[in-house]
Structure formats: C-alpha cells, structure tokens
Design a binder for this molecule. Structure first.
Ligand code: MSK
Length: 661
C-alpha cells in the first residue's frame, strides 16, 4: 500500500512537466518538504467565478459574483460589461508593464548619449539611424550622440503624447492603418491609452462590452506598436541588434566550482552591465579569493532571452523554474529586476543559501536584499551585486545540479532574417514570400508566452511547435516558449529532420533552423515587423490579415500575454491562447472577440485549452488564407519526403526524450 502511494506520488510529479530537470527538482522539493508553485497549485484551486470573468471588484460595494440567479452586480452591471471590463483592464496592465519597460530604455539611451550614464554606449549606430528615420529625427551629418538624444526625447514624448497618432503606427501596412482609423482605435499616446482604459473601467463609466473591447485593442496597440516596439529598438541601439548565437540551456549549465549568479526579470539595462562586470579581472580575482574558479551567469525569463541573444549567456529555465533553481543549492544569488518574479523565491531561499537581490525601485520584495540599481552608477552597483553574490559562495551546502543541458541557436532579429534571406546587398523578405507562395512553406506561426502552473509545464509549447514544423509551418518564438524550445532541443539545426519536406528544403537552402528564437516578450514586436514586411513585399495580399500566419500563447498567465494576444489580433493575426478563457462565463464577450473581431480587424482571439484542437484550427486557418490568396494548395508530396514526416499522432513523448547530454 505504501509502495503504491509512493508510486502514485512519483507519477503525479512526472505529470507536472515535460522537462526532466523540473521533474528531478520537484522530487527533491517533495523529499525536502519545500513548497513550490507546483505544490501550491495543487493546494489552491482558482476561484471559478473570477476565473471565468464573472467577478466584478471595481468598487467596494462588491465584489459581486455573477453566478446562478445573480446575473447583474448590485449597480446593475451585466455579465457582458463585467467580463469585457476585466479583459480590457488586463490588456491595459500588460500594455503598461511592457511600455514602462520601454520608457526606461528611452531614459537609459538619453542618459547614455548625454554622458550621464557613462557605463552605457551606443552599440548599433546603423540601427540608431534607422530608428531616427522612423521617428522623423534628422541624422545626416550628426554625431551618434546628437541623434540618440533626439531619438530618446522623441521616444519619451510618445508616452506623453495627448493626441494624433503614435508615430510607429506608420510602420504598419497602409491597409491596416486604414482599418484602425476607421474603427477609431489608433493609439494616441502610450500613457494616455493606459490611463483612459483605467478611467473607462472605473465604476460607472464605459458599460458597452463592444465599446470596451475596442479600447482593449487600442491600449494593446499602444504596447505592440508603441512601448514594446520602442523598447526593442532602443535595446538594439544600446546593446546591439542580435544575430545568431550558439549557447546552451537548462540546469546543467550551472557550475559546481564557480559562483553561480542567476539574472531574472526583463530589462537588459541591468543584466548587460552585470555580464560586463562579471568579466572584470578585479571581480574574478575576488571570486577566486573566496575559493571559486570563476563566475557563471545564467538567466531566467526574458532577461535570459535578452542576454542570450546578445551575449550568449545560457538559459537556465523559464518562468516555472525560478524556485527550482534555488533548490540546487548551487545558486549564490538570484538578481531580479521587474516582472514575472514570484514572491515564493524568497521563502524557498530561506531553506538554502541563495541571496535574492532585488534591484528595481519599482519592485521591492519583502525578505529580499535590496541593492537599488541606477543607470548613472551602473557598473559600480553591478560590482556591488556581484560581490554580495561572491561573499555568499563559502556559505554553500550540498549541491545538486541535474546533469542535463541542451545546445541551441538563438538571436534571429528581423534584421538578421532579412539579411539571411537576401544577403548583405539585397536584404529582403522576397525569398520567404516566394517559398510561401510556392507552397514549400505552408505558412508561419508565432508561438510565444509564459508558463502556467495550471498546465503541464512546457508540454503545449513543445507539442505545438513540433506539430507546426512537421506541417511545413515556419515557427518564430519568444519569451518562455522560446526557453521551452531551447531546453527541449527545438532550437538546434538537427530539428530540421522533424520538419515537413518543403520547410526542410528551405531551411537547408538558406541555412536557418525551422524554429527561430526572436527574443523576449517585448520582442514580439519583431514578429510584427516580419509580418508587415511579408505583407508589403508583394504576392501575399496587402495586409497582415491576408497572410497565412497564426499566433499561439499556449501556456499564458500574465496580463502582458493578454496585451500581446490582443495586439497580434488587432494587427491581423488570428491567435490561440491556451489554458482557459478569462471570459468563459460570458458567451457574448467570447463572440465579440472571435466573430466580432474577425469582422472588425480580420482576425480572432480564441481561448482554447485543448492545444490539439487549437493546432488543427490554426492549420485550417492557414490553408483558408492560402486559398483566399489563390495560392496553390499545400501539397507536401511535391517535395522530397523527410523520413519523419507525419510520423503519426503527435502523442506526448516521454520526458527526457529530447535531452542530448
Ligand atoms: S517572462 S511574461 S512568464 S513569457 Fe517574459 Fe515568461 Fe510570460 Fe513572464
């Protein structure tokens, strides 16, 4: 009986993740009685009323729970109003987070250019001048510092703009801009849309569900074509536009004989300086003086993607791995800035020696050591952080580092994709469009977003990506999906063997992998740029919504993911979000964001917990778009068959099957 119980506990842990490292660390957590997000998600069930969008808590007469015979709140608010208002607020919170990140990057650029932040420079002059052109900043005959000051000031003014249109809206296809103007959803200023959304959704304001949802699109567009796009551009100017980089992923990248420092969060302004400071001879000597052989950096969440793309720093794990990294006993410090940082890491760290070091003036965590980061003293503060981590090395106890890591190639900015397709003299998306038109590539999918403890960790990310490439659909990935792909071997050239024959042929000819890592959450705007260039290149219609492309956020959890999903849709990309629907309790709102948005913006937002169904619908959508464009029917038999093509039902492979070490 006891054996049976043990067996079922083991099975229950194995069902939590497809990543063998996560399973191994969860077994350790269970043996040591450590609470993690995985165990807490078993203990705490979501409130079914709020989960389905039927709870209104925008005033203190509630919360009103609209269930059973109660169909309106005490103020009379209907289910439609409440569900639409909740979703619109999520969109605004996500847009605010991404955009505030973008604002910080603009401030850093300004301080770098004026000399107030001497540890930063302008690494990509070419990109600076391209961005200057987009923003209408004169650049000819001017120094990069002069241009950068005006670029930063113009970017900052986009946040406070009161009317007119965000400048970057002009980067969208002309047809798309017309749709937005006709609907009155062109974002004016970034901050204005966020503030207005919270005003509109305050008690007693906007109460028409469709009208509210228009604002959900407008505030999300302020993120995608505003705050996030500026963030990506300015990060490239400051730290370099990414190009392909080889690295590795998973806990096997931790070092037993070095000081392990995990950088976690989102903004590259801190992590880039930490990478630079970690190679300073003075800091390395200090580490050696404490008995360590060196300093080993690795990343979690989107900070990881940022420093991977530009510096080749290994990916330690995605969102759900943050507590588990501490359980290795090998992490001297986890340095965090903003977004996706679970408060639970502090409690886990109490049982081990890891120091949690918070750094942002916007994100203090009770129980963590706080070393506030300021760009004007960036290197000095980065060294202080590193010294604190090094001082902790002698406090290490027993370590347990799973011997699993995977190779990967990342760093596919849209600039690099254009260069790769057309060569340095003819950077172009023409070859990609031609391959789609000929049917070698059936279409493209952006697979992005978080982990969610309510879903089996990484399974849906990996299954969807595998199924897409198997069906000749090129995949671009960002965020925690990209990290899942990295850990589970989908970012290697060898994965080409699992592609459909047409995609395989194109990847072999051009020399690209079929799954392209494009960066962090804010870098989803690189995907907007790619689809815009495909739409305007010719042969695939005139607008993003004409293209045979789809979006997925299979394991989404954050409000930022809602904003991304909505700006994808408002830009014309039909998108499937997994796990469950935050508006499930209101079929009218579900209809508005599917059929209603398809009519308005040519794309729909689906919340579909069954990822196999989502895949089937997405492929049917791609084929329907091909048909509408009068492209030849997709026919894989026209191209050389790869051995693994359609190997049968894409049943879940046993975890560990992907590890190469
Ligand atoms: S980190 S927003 S869990 S992708 Fe950008 Fe991952 Fe989602 Fe955070």
């Amino acid at each position: 009986m006891a054996e049976e119980k043990k067996g079922s506990a083991k099975e229950s842990i194995e069902s939590k993740s497809i990543d063998p490292v996560v399973v191994e660390m969860l077994e350790k957590a269970q043996a040591e009685g450590v609470s993690t997000i995985f165990s807490r998600s078993d203990e705490t069930k979501p409130c079914p009323i709020g989960h389905d969008g039927n709870c209104c808590k925008v005033c203190f007469m509630g919360p009103c729970r609209l269930v059973g015979k109660t169909t309106v709140g005490i103020c009379g608010a209907t289910k439609e109003t409440v569900a639409a208002r909740n979703l619109t607020r999520m969109s605004a919170a996500g847009s605010a987070s991404h955009s505030d990140h973008g604002r910080d990057m603009a401030h850093t650029l300004l301080a770098a250019a004026t000399g107030e932040a001497p540890d930063y420079g302008i690494k990509d002059d070419k990109k600076l001048r391209v961005v200057a052109h987009y923003l209408g900043v004169p650049e000819e005959g001017r120094s990069k510092e002069e241009v950068a000051i005006d670029v930063a000031k113009t970017a900052l003014s986009e946040f406070g703009r009161q009317d007119g249109e965000l400048i970057y809206v002009q980067r969208a296809p002309a047809r798309r801009q017309e749709i937005w103007r006709k609907l009155g959803i062109v974002p004016r200023g970034i901050d204005r849309e966020v503030v207005e959304t919270f005003h509109r959704t305050h008690m007693g304001n906007d109460q028409d569900a469709e009208h509210l949802l228009d604002q959900a699109m407008r505030v999300a567009l302020a993120d995608g074509w505003g705050g996030s796009m500026l963030s990506t551009d300015i990060s490239d100017i400051l730290f370099g536009t990414p190009g392909p980089v080889a690295a590795s992923a998973n806990f096997g990248t931790l070092r037993e004989d070095e000081v392990n420092i995990v950088i976690h969060g989102h903004e590259p302004s801190l992590s880039e300086i930490i990478v630079a400071a970690a190679s300073d001879p003075e800091i390395l000597d200090y580490a050696k003086s404490k008995g360590a052989k060196g300093i080993n950096l690795s990343g979690i969440c989107c900070t990881a993607n940022e420093v991977l793309m530009r510096q080749g720093v290994p990916l330690l794990g995605n969102f759900l791995a943050q507590e588990l990294a501490i359980l290795t006993g090998a992490v001297e410090a986890m340095v965090v800035d903003v977004q996706c940082i679970m408060q639970g890491i502090v409690a886990v760290a109490e049982d081990y020696h890891t120091k949690i070091i918070s750094t942002s003036r916007k994100a203090k965590i009770a129980g963590a050591m706080h070393i506030e980061f300021h760009e004007d003293k960036a290197m000095e503060i980065a060294k202080e952080i590193l010294r604190a981590a090094i001082d902790n090395y002698p406090n290490r106890g027993k370590v347990h580092i799973p011997d699993v890591q995977e190779r990967l190639i990342a760093g596919f900015s849209h600039e690099y994709i254009a260069y790769m397709l057309g060569g340095s003299l003819r950077e172009s998306f023409r070859p990609l469009n031609d391959a789609i038109m000929a049917g070698r590539i059936r279409g493209a999918a952006g697979v992005v977003g978080c982990n969610n403890a309510r879903a089996t960790h990484d399974v849906e990310h990996v299954d969807i990506v595998r199924e897409m490439i198997k069906n000749d659909v090129l995949v671009v990935t960002t965020g925690c999906d990209a990290i899942a792909c990295a850990k589970l071997g989908l970012l290697t050239p060898e994965i080409m063997e699992h592609c459909g024959p047409g995609l395989k042929e194109i990847c072999q000819t051009i020399g690209i992998p079929p799954v392209l890592h494009m960066g962090s959450c804010v870098d989803n705007t690189r995907i907007l740029t790619v689809v815009t260039q495909c739409a305007t290149e010719g042969g695939l219609g005139e607008d993003i919504s004409d293209l045979p492309v789809v979006g997925f956020a299979p394991e989404w959890m954050s409000e930022k993911a809602i904003s991304i999903g909505i700006y994808f849709v408002a830009s014309g990309v039909t998108t499937w979000m997994g796990v469950g629907s935050p508006v499930l309790g209101c079929p009218e709102v579900t209809k508005l964001i599917t059929d209603g948005w398809r009519e308005k913006v040519g794309a729909a937002l689906y919340f579909e917990p069954d990822h196999k169904k989502a895949v089937a619908e997405a492929i049917a959508h791609i084929d329907a778009k091909r048909k509408a464009l009068k492209l030849p029917d997709y026919d894989p038999t026209k191209y050389a068959r790869s051995e693994t093509y359609f190997p049968g039902d894409f049943a879940l492979e046993k975890h560990g099957a992907y590890s190469i070490r």
